[in-house]
Ligand binder design. Structure first.
Ligand SMILES: Cc1cc2nc3c(=O)[nH]c(=O)nc-3n(C[C@H](O)[C@H](O)[C@H](O)COP(=O)(O)OP(=O)(O)OC[C@H]3O[C@@H](n4cnc5c(N)ncnc54)[C@H](O)[C@@H]3O)c2cc1C
Length: 455
């Protein structure tokens, strides 16, 4: 029997499709690459996922897992065709337990929906990728997504207590559990988190949710130069603050924002810092006063403070507008989510300025200064023109070479996918690469899960 008919008889015609429009919809994410799958599968439970994988593995047909398709690196692009398997219909929050501090969710739950459900129950799910309104929990787990709050609260990995995963051969396995501490065997949860759909398909996750801090405050401050803002980052941490977010932006980003958002919401200066505090009301109010005076002492040109969710969000409008402002320049933004040891922040911005001179491409830096994860955006006019290709490659090669030389990471949040594949062999040792291959071969000997990516 043809695989299409076999799949239909196993899981039904509402799950399997070869409709051209659907295939196109599932051929790409938010990066540039696209490849059509031969078939699309939209299962509604783990048993269907397992049945599809069993059949695919018997026919040696590749399967590329997919969440919301909001990835930034082409991770869910079905590079070798086969089946694009979307879990987006598996979108139930099965349980939200206040006494246990856990949520049990299906992988297609949208991150923002989990955050909102937790908040309604007085709980907090801290990981906050900027794509939270669109990305799925399964996608966040597969990419170990991060965001501004990771400085204080950690990345997705720190909130995954247990997983149900379907392996390439269709075996359903549960790893971890629903307790904060669990040292029963290897850290297999950690193995699957960040595995970019290459080791198994997540069909359920038990997520840690913590008490919701009742109060929040923000400080928005501008500085003359990026060095002053970077020094302020170090001094804030040195003074014993652990802000829930500590975001920095450079001159090019601010100038784009001035053009796009208007001068009234973008303060004067060539650098900007946004600091968030959270906790109990009185402590946050006290900390806000001390922090404001520290930031003043550190040479801020302007300071705005906010207390409470609504006021803080108004200050965050500027930060959330940076990406759009860069896009509004009309240039194509090649967004690199590199991470450097925090002490290299100024070096990174200086290096970006030098690279800008050398390459002729404007480079904009902004992002999570507290944890060294800075979005370095190489801004290119007409990237499709062949004469730009070599210069683009050389610019990115130089950036990643420097990041690796500093002991940084070529990707802090988005993953490798297709976009960073070129630099993966330089980013890890030969032994590390071989270990990855050994793990892949053990779990997916026929290399059917998400082929064409970095292994
Ligand atoms: C505007 C914008 C802002 C962003 N901001 C951030 C940010 O601040 N922080 C951040 O970390 N990322 C950010 N991203 C990147 C992206 O949103 C994250 O990588 C997110 O986790 C992707 O989720 P998704 O559901 O869209 O996954 P997809 O794009 O569908 O898939 C991503 C990867 O996960 C795999 N996958 C998906 N679901 C499963 C599953 N159930 N089981 C196994 N593998 C699976 C896929 O095979 C693929 O490799 C941003 C993206 C955009 C477009």
């Amino acid at each position: 029997m043809h695989i299409f008919d076999e799949l239909i008889s196993a899981v039904g015609p509402d799950v399997i499709s070869r409709d051209q429009v659907k295939r196109k919809d599932y051929s790409s994410d938010k990066w540039f690459a696209a490849h059509l799958p031969d078939l699309v599968a939209e299962p509604t439970n783990a048993q269907q996922v397992a049945a599809i994988l069993r059949i695919a593995s018997r026919h040696r047909v590749p399967v590329t897992p997919r969440g919301a398709g909001y990835g930034y690196v082409g991770g869910c692009v079905p590079e070798e065709g086969g089946i694009a398997l979307s879990v987006i219909r598996m979108n139930r929050i099965k349980e939200l337990s206040v006494p246990d501090g856990v949520a049990v969710v299906e992988p297609g739950v949208i991150t923002g929906d989990l955050q909102a459900a937790a908040r309604n129950a007085g709980l907090f799910y801290p990981p906050d990728p900027a794509s939270f309104r669109n990305s799925s929990i399964g996608g966040n787990i597969a990419t170990n997504a991060g965001g501004p709050r990771c400085l204080k609260y950690g990345v997705t990995r720190h909130y995954v207590l247990g997983l149900e995963v379907v392996l390439a051969n269709g075996t359903i396995v549960r790893v971890g559990g629903r307790t904060m501490k669990n040292k029963t065997g290897f850290d297999l949860v950690g193995l699957f988190v960040g595995s970019e759909g290459m080791l198994g398909i997540v069909t359920e996750a038990t997520i840690r949710v913590i008490p919701l801090p009742p109060a929040r405050a923000s400080i928005s401050a501008s500085f003359r130069e990026i060095e002053d803002a970077a020094e302020a980052v170090q001094q804030i941490l040195k003074a014993g603050f652990l802000p829930s977010a500590l975001e920095i932006a450079d001159k090019f980003t601010l100038e784009s924002a001035r053009k796009h958002l208007g001068h009234q919401i973008v303060p004067a200066g060539n650098a900007h810092l946004l600091v968030d505090l959270d906790g109990q009301e009185k402590s946050v109010q006290n900390e806000l006063v001390i922090l404001e005076s520290l930031v003043k002492k550190l040479g801020a040109l302007s300071i705005d403070t906010a207390f409470g969710e609504t006021e803080c969000e108004a200050l965050w409008d500027l930060r959330r507008g940076f990406s759009e402002s860069l896009k509004a320049t009309g240039l194509t933004k090649l967004n690199q989510d590199v991470t450097v040891p925090r002490g290299r922040l100024v070096d990174l911005v200086k290096f970006a300025a030098e690279l800008q001179k050398r390459s002729g491409f404007p480079i904009a830096c902004f992002g999570h200064a507290g944890d060294g994860n800075i979005h370095v955006n190489v801004m290119v006019a007409e990237p499709e023109k062949p004469e730009n290709h070599q210069r683009m490659d050389e610019t990115l090669d130089a950036l990643f070479e420097q990041i690796i030389a500093w002991g940084g990471a070529i990707t802090g949040e988005h993953g490798i996918g297709l976009a960073k594949k070129r630099w993966w062999p330089q980013a890890v040792s030969g032994e590390n690469l071989a270990l990855h291959q050994t793990i892949k071969s053990a779990l997916d000997p026929d290399r059917l899960l998400n082929p064409g990516k970095f292994l």
